[in-house]
Design a binder for this molecule. Structure first.
Ligand code: NAD
Length: 299
């Protein structure tokens, strides 16, 4: 890894959902100013976007700055009025919903506003980075890559970095330096394969657990106890984790596997079949913590 300095004066985070708001909170926690873009910021301030990031900040321990000082480092922005402000940002982290078409549409819109030195990174859980890059004009593709945080991004140590064939290796080195030195993360470089490494393994495990729960009529809390703290894991077990991630996002990640593994050629294709209960919960609008109900009633 080169020691090429990467001066990050300001970051834009696109999407103030579960991940975007918390990534923004972590950035200001390490004193990097953030512009947090979201569709919902349309009405202009005051709005809920900065509040969400501030909610995230309140959960961070220890807060090196006072809350007011940290809150001053986050600004809310919307795509209709504030896109030119992207030109102030050295790094743009896209964290909108896990849909290839929506992300590509957004990239085409933001591309003309990016600063010439800026890096564009996507927090996708597992969509093809190469596929996403095709929405960008060719000259921008060397500065595009995957930067996959884990939930909650303040506490989860891992960040996967994913290059395409067009990504400039120096860009990945710079991002790795930023992720390790500034954000305090451990970086693993992953290939641009469906769901990369951690989700590929993790989702298969989660779905297998869910199938066993249905087969034997086990309680989610019993299984969480066994797959979480009693196994010595700091996380709260399989189903609480799914509620924190968001069942809609989880379903997108499952679909990525279903669509990209060839059933005729890949023996693991069936491991990613949709468990019926997951579809039932989604049909009921139970998306996990974001709707206060998922596998658990009060997620
Ligand atoms: P979320 O559902 O909480 O938030 C999605 C955000 O996208 C919302 O702020 C919404 O306003 C915005 N959005 C939706 N459609 C849009 C569009 N057409 N244009 C612009 N913005 C749009 O989702 P999330 O869980 O924060 O996931 C965001 C990204 O991060 C996804 O790619 C997801 O796979 C990835 N990710 C999620 C987790 C997790 O645990 N939830 C972990 C790692 C990575």
């Amino acid at each position: 890894m080169s020691a090429d300095p990467f001066l990050v004066r300001r970051v834009a985070v696109l999407g103030a959902g579960v991940m975007g708001a918390q990534i923004a909170a972590h950035l200001v926690n390490v004193r990097v100013p953030v512009i947090l873009f979201d569709l919902a910021a349309r009405e202009g301030p005051p709005n809920g976007i900065v509040d969400k990031a501030i909610e995230g900040l309140k959960k961070l321990k220890p807060a090196p700055l006072g809350l007011a000082e940290e809150a001053a480092l986050v600004e809310a922005a919307n795509y209709d009025q504030h896109l030119p402000r992207l030109g102030e940002c050295d790094l743009v982290i896209e964290a909108i919903a896990e849909r290839m078409d929506w992300k590509r549409e957004l990239y085409a819109r933001i591309a003309p506003h990016l600063a010439p030195q800026a890096i564009l990174a996507t927090n996708t859980s597992g969509l093809s980075i190469t596929g996403l890059s095709q929405a960008l004009p060719e000259p921008l593709r060397p500065r595009f890559c995957g930067m996959h945080f884990f939930n909650p991004p303040r506490y989860m140590q891992l960040v996967e970095l994913i290059a395409t064939r067009s990504t400039d290796p120096a860009i990945l080195d710079r991002l790795e330096t930023f992720a390790t030195r500034t954000l305090g993360k451990g970086v693993v470089r992953a290939k641009d394969s469906p769901n990369f490494i951690a989700n590929r393994v993790g989702i298969a495990g989660m779905l297998a657990t869910l199938r066993e729960v249905e087969r034997y009529g086990l309680g989610y809390d019993v299984v969480d106890d066994l797959t979480g703290r009693k196994l010595g894991r700091a996380s709260s077990g399989t189903f609480r984790t799914a509620d924190v991630v968001g069942l809609d996002t989880l379903m997108h990640v499952v679909r990525t596997m279903q669509e990209q593994l060839d059933p005729a050629l890949d023996p693991f294709h069936d491991s990613y079949a949709t468990p019926p209960v997951l579809q039932v919960l989604l049909d009921q609008g139970r998306l996990g913590q974001k709707t206060q109900a998922g596998f658990y009633r009060k997620a």
